[in-house]
Design a protein around this ligand. Sequence first.
Ligand SMILES: C[S@@+](CC[C@H](N)C(=O)[O-])C[C@H]1O[C@@H](n2cnc3c(N)ncnc32)[C@H](O)[C@@H]1O
Length: 469
Amino acid sequence: MPETTIQKGQEIELTIDSLAYGGRGVAKVDGYVIFVKNSIPGQKVNALIYRKKKGYAEARPLEVLEESPHIVSAPCEHFAYCGGCTFQQLDYAEQVNQKKQQVEALFRRQAGISDFTIDEVIPADQQFHYRNKMEFSFSNRRWTLPDEGDDTERSFALGLHIPRRYDKILDINNCHIQPEFGNEILNAVKTKARELKLKPYDVKTHNGFLRHLVMRFGHNTGDIMVNLVTSYENPELIQPLADHIHETFPQVTSVINNINTRKADIAFGEFETLLHGSPTITEKMGKLTFEISANSFFQTNSIQAEKLYQTVLVGVEITGEEIVFDLYCGTGSISLFLAQNAKEVHGFELITSAVEDATRNAMTNIITNVRFHKANLDFFFKKEKTHKDLPVPDVIVIDPPRAGIHKDMLKALPEFGAERLVYVSCNPTTQSRDVALLMENGYGLKKLTMVDMFPHTPHIETVGILEKN
Ligand SMILES: C[S@@+](CC[C@H](N)C(=O)[O-])C[C@H]1O[C@@H](n2cnc3c(N)ncnc32)[C@H](O)[C@@H]1O
């Protein structure tokens, strides 16, 4: 580890070389790493060291001495405070370049994996208004901006979390990554909820009614779902708000009320009621049609998801004779995409509504060689009797949540003896950790491909192709 004389409280001139995973600038002084907040590659800054740790220090810029050739002006009025799209000031080509470097560094340096190829990132054609799902939070603890006076009303906000503050919500008027129409709904719901005097939920005292506004958009169908998440069921309180949405926006095809009585701050109810329209929305991808419930997972960028699934299809290298397992299958989109080229596909998923959606989606698309299984993959394959009737897979696709594959599932994976594993992930940190373990147990990483599903944010989707040694 390089020695350094750098001290906390020191002012220092730094050149930002790259972005670390998560979005902070990285500068080096004689090999010693300094993470610099709110900076982008190519900038020369005068910075203040505010924390010094054993192997690195943290700094914040005091002044930009030389501007980066990659800087662009951020279009979003909330950019300075919202933690969402932290890459907005970086031109898009450089965003993609930085994401590739980050993934490569995680695999090569952090996980110690060397012998694999890495493709250029598949970029996004549409860089704004791309999300087909947005989740906003109601709060009685509004984050006040420095230029807002003492008379600002703080007891109502509808927006997004301030970074690292679970209790504070930044009021949002215009989010540039959701469809424009989503902003109209967002502002109308905010105004009407206040007019109706509906109480926002307090995450500290657990009082209040309105918790989240979740919107889903069928990018290729025009369907729109508005899901109002509340802390208890009260039709008299919620129906006037639902009626207002229905009357103001006839384009909205579903209005749903999810009821989450638990303390956990999640936009996911123990049960739901239908207030207007259909209980699901429909989305189309390629030749396939998907019906999606409020609580089922679906990729949040429909245009890029098609490219992702195409990448998976190339990666599985199937001829029509293979048995494929699709682990963590959500509403079954990968399973259905692959079923057209496989002998048989088995999808496994925890959430009941997603398994039901997946099964219905197979029927709607008249695909008969898929089976969906409700399974908690943290222990499903540990219990012999739950899976003794399943066939042996030739290829396994794995697309776990951000935390990665559970250790017992990871242990069970090589025991299937599949020739290929295709590991899809939205978190290269956990993915590289899991891949390193699979490599100790009979697999080799051949290739990494990345699809940018999340422009302007630090996130990237990665597809790893592993083959049995
Ligand atoms: C990243 S999504 C992948 C969905 C799907 N492959 C797609 O492209 O739409 C991860 C999925 O894993 C499911 N999941 C999370 N934990 C699980 C577990 N322990 N067992 C089974 N499924 C789980 C989630 O509900 C979610 O649908």
